[in-house]
Design a protein around this ligand. Structure first.
Ligand code: SF4
Ligand code: SF4
Length: 146
């Protein structure tokens, strides 16, 4: 985070999207739902496979957990952090995610260029493999369509 834009609304900890079946949380990006994190949560609403949960450590919109789990430590830092409406970080995270998408598009352009060479050069092939693996890693956020 480059600045502290938190307006202390508490919404990020009041409506955490959780997929209990897949054991993932949509918090600072997509993260694994650990038992430790699960124990802090209680459900508030549900849509399809996503359960929105609040954290029991949220009091008067503030976190009272003196031993925050790692998932919360830097929130929101990921370009794909789940940002509630009106969160003060919305603009920063939006621009981060746009920059990241641009980076992925450049990797795709590089793949197209490398493949157009029809080269058997190992470095060219490695570039393609590397770029494809990065794109694949972010598939869960939609990288195939960027
Ligand atoms: S949703 Fe955003 S503004 Fe609200 S408490 Fe969380 S980080 Fe701060
Ligand atoms: S531990 Fe604190 S920061 Fe983490 S979800 Fe709960 S209230 Fe939010």
């Amino acid at each position: 985070m480059s600045g502290n834009f938190c307006n202390k609304c508490g919404d990020c900890c009041r409506r955490i999207p959780v997929d209990f079946e897949k054991r993932i949380i949509f918090f600072d990006g997509v993260q694994i739902l650990t038992n430790e994190f699960e124990q802090m949560l209680y459900p508030v609403s549900k849509t399809k496979n996503i359960t929105f949960c609040s954290c029991k450590y949220l009091e008067n919109n503030l976190c009272v957990n003196s031993n925050k789990p790692k998932e919360c430590a830097n929130y929101p830092s990921s370009p794909f952090a789940y940002i509630p409406e009106n969160c003060g970080f919305y603009g920063e995270i939006f621009s981060k995610s746009e920059r990241f998408k641009q980076y992925i598009r450049k990797l795709k352009e590089e793949i197209i260029y490398c493949e157009s060479l029809h080269s058997s050069d190992r470095n060219v092939q490695m570039t393609v493999e590397h770029n494809k693996s990065v794109i694949d890693k972010y598939k869960i956020y939609g990288s195939e369509d960027w």
